[in-house]
Design a protein around this ligand. Structure first.
Ligand SMILES: CC(=O)SCCNC(=O)CCNC(=O)[C@H](O)C(C)(C)COP(=O)(O)OP(=O)(O)OC[C@H]1O[C@@H](n2cnc3c(N)ncnc32)[C@H](O)[C@@H]1OP(=O)(O)O
Ligand SMILES: CC(C)C(=O)C(=O)O
Length: 568
């Protein structure tokens, strides 16, 4: 028997934090957002963005309300350098937006970084070096002191260059890269050493960014690490604590949320989670999670489809159809019981005019994200009557009586089971038209004259013109109303015995274009009952057509039964 090689792996050790307080905290306000789409996102692309795609992404981020945007790694590539210069020189950076640039703690890279941001009003210089036990050993071959020295030297150099661009306010961000694989006491040591050099104040704080460069454990561990850091590192009021989660275990969003509960002030991430390997944390996801809790996310996400298209264009990568909030299918229900509950939920909302959003299976109102209800319910072989009825009602104004919904959904089910394919609202209407409105054989209604009986005012007499098996026929009847009289005429003259079981009618459309739609449930030979539907500008004609439709459907069902095919 095969076995996974579990001996190659070991469990992440829990953090010793007996009085952890984050589990009972609640997120009540948005963090400081920083987009890293143009840096961490970009460095992970198959084809990194060129100038035009970068600019489109930058303008989109500004429009969304990001106040801090990492625009690249200017010392690493000419494209990134030129892009920084373009933004600065062309007045692309709004007064309330701060650009951020990443650099390794290496002299030539730091110097070039300063050349890139010269002239900006304010810039965050983001300095990093890896601090994890693994990278110390295999990448740098250095002990703790050697790693601290890289960070300190880098910080000293940044500090010494600040005066060379006095027109630019410089904020330092320091990342002990691969923080999640770093012993907490060492993370404290290296961050405090950086702060000792930089000498931040409460008015001019440093940004300490604690990245889950690789997500190595459950998100509660990340929260513990953040809370431990806040409790143990000096000068809490002099640093902004920033999170930078990746998503290796698929829990990047959870890690960010628990990290915020643990006291973080700031979150770095990307739109829809593009980024190295499984991605950076998805800021849209976190923001909309907050929104669904009634907390202002302080990002504008009013047209999520447009945003998704922009991200897909800039990254040249698709967003998964099931991606939270943004995927093509997330506001779509195929399964019958979901459709039924959504239909009822939306109906109840319309009636009650509720402010609070509560619709089964829809944690957010699609309209709030610029999406429509149209895509909410789609029909395939997993669907029930609710979805079918919803689409016919929404798109064609047809309010099918409940029993007709059941009857017609069997017709649809037969079709979807055979094809295995989805059916659109247009397909459904076509099926409905063929099944009910076009049911004209063997009996076709042509015309009628209905008169109230002068001797008994409650009764109507009718003269109908129909075709039976293509032959024109005239028939006469009398009854309590036009339908009853029509049935009487059919029975007397043509031997078609029908009994009305249920009847309803409503208008479709408005004004001169309004039409009546009539649904009649009729009992025929052998007590079989089926619906007929008629549609006409004249309410009486709509009803008589409905009777003819039912007669034809009963006839077809009887013929199928006789042939042993089985009546519907
Ligand atoms: C987790 C993250 O996402 S961090 C950001 C990563 N992003 C990128 O790497 C994208 C852009 N990077 C690049 O284009 C290149 O790596 C450059 C231009 C920055 C540097 O390129 P190179 O000079 O060829 O060096 P390379 O990237 O291979 O770096 C390796 C060297 O830098 C050292 N180094 C790596 N990171 C750092 C750091 N943060 N600070 C100081 N030194 C570092 C390594 O120890 C190694 O030194 P060695 O050559 O003496 O062994
Ligand atoms: C530079 C750092 C913050 C980074 O990108 C990471 O650790 O993922």
């Amino acid at each position: 028997m095969s076995r996974m090689p579990i001996e190659k792996y070991r469990a992440f050790q829990p953090i010793d934090l007996p009085n952890r307080s984050w589990p009972s905290k609640v997120i009540t306000k948005a963090p400081i957002w920083c987009s890293v789409d143009l840096r961490d996102g970009n460095q992970a692309l198959i084809e990194p963005m060129g100038h035009e795609r970068k600019l489109r992404m930058f303008r989109t981020l500004v429009k969304m309300g990001f106040k801090e945007i990492e625009i690249g790694f200017p010392s690493a590539s000419q494209t990134d350098f030129d892009f920084a210069r373009f933004l600065v020189e062309n007045g692309e950076i709004p007064g309330d937006v701060t650009i951020q640039v990443l650099t390794q703690a290496r002299e030539e890279l730091i110097t070039r970084t300063f050349d890139a941001i010269r002239g900006a009003k304010r810039a965050i210089v983001h300095l990093y070096n890896s601090t994890s036990t693994l990278q110390r050993r295999v990448v740098f071959g250095l002990d703790r002191a050697g790693i601290v020295e890289i960070a300190v030297k880098g910080t000293e150099l940044v500090k010494s260059l600040v005066h060379t661009i006095p027109e630019t306010e410089i904020v330092l961000e320091y990342s002990p890269e691969s923080f999640t694989g770093t012993e907490l006491d060492f993370a404290k040591e290296v961050c405090e050493a950086v702060m000792d050099v930089w000498q931040p104040t409460a008015e001019k704080p440093i940004i300490i960014n604690l990245p889950a460069t690789v997500e190595m454990a459950t998100p509660n561990i990340y929260a513990d690490q953040i809370e431990w850091f806040i409790n143990n590192v000096k000068w809490r009021e002099r640093y902004i604590l920033s999170l930078h989660p990746h998503n290796d275990r698929g829990t990047g969003v959870a890690a960010a949320e628990l990290g915020m509960m643990a006291g973080a002030d700031r979150v770095e991430g990307t739109l829809f989670g593009n980024g190295e390997r499984t991605g950076n944390v998805d800021v849209v996801n976190i923001a909309l999670n907050m929104f669904t809790q009634g907390v202002d996310p302080e990002l504008e996400i009013e047209d999520i489809d447009d945003l998704r298209r922009t991200a897909e264009y800039c990254n040249q990568l698709p967003v998964h159809p099931r991606h939270p909030y943004a995927g093509d299918l997330v506001f779509t229900a195929f399964s019958g019981s979901h459709q039924d509950a959504i239909k009822k939920g939306l109906g109840a909302r319309r009636k009650q005019n509720d402010v609070i959003w509560e619709v089964p299976y829809l944690p957010i109102d699609p309209e709030d994200l610029g999406r429509s209800y149209e895509a909410v319910i789609r029909v395939n072989s997993q669907s029930g009557k609710g979805g079918v009825a919803y689409l016919l009602e929404e798109d064609y104004g047809l309010h099918l009586p409940r029993k007709l919904q059941i009857e017609f959904s069997r017709v649809v089910q037969g079709h979807t089971d055979t094809t295995g394919k989805e059916v659109t609202a247009g397909d459904l209407f076509e099926m409905f038209r063929k099944e009910y409105l076009e049911a004209k054989y063997p009996l076709e209604f042509v015309d009628h004259v209905t008169l109230p009986d002068t001797h008994a005012t409650e009764r109507s007499t009718i003269t109908t013109h129909v075709k039976l098996y293509g032959q024109a026929k005239e028939a006469h009847g009398i009854g309590t109303g036009p339908i009853d009289a029509f049935c009487d005429s059919l029975a007397k003259a043509l031997g078609i015995a029908l009994e009305v079981v249920d009847y309803s009618q409503h208008a479709v459309g408005k004004g001169a274009d309004a039409e009546a739609v009539t649904y009649v449930e009729m009992k025929g030979a052998g007590n079989l009952t089926l619906f007929g539907v008629g549609r006409d500008r004249n309410v009486t004609i709509a009803s008589l057509k409905a009777v003819a439709s039912a007669a034809n459907r009963l006839h077809a069902a009887a013929a199928r039964a006789e042939a042993g095919i089985g009546a519907k």
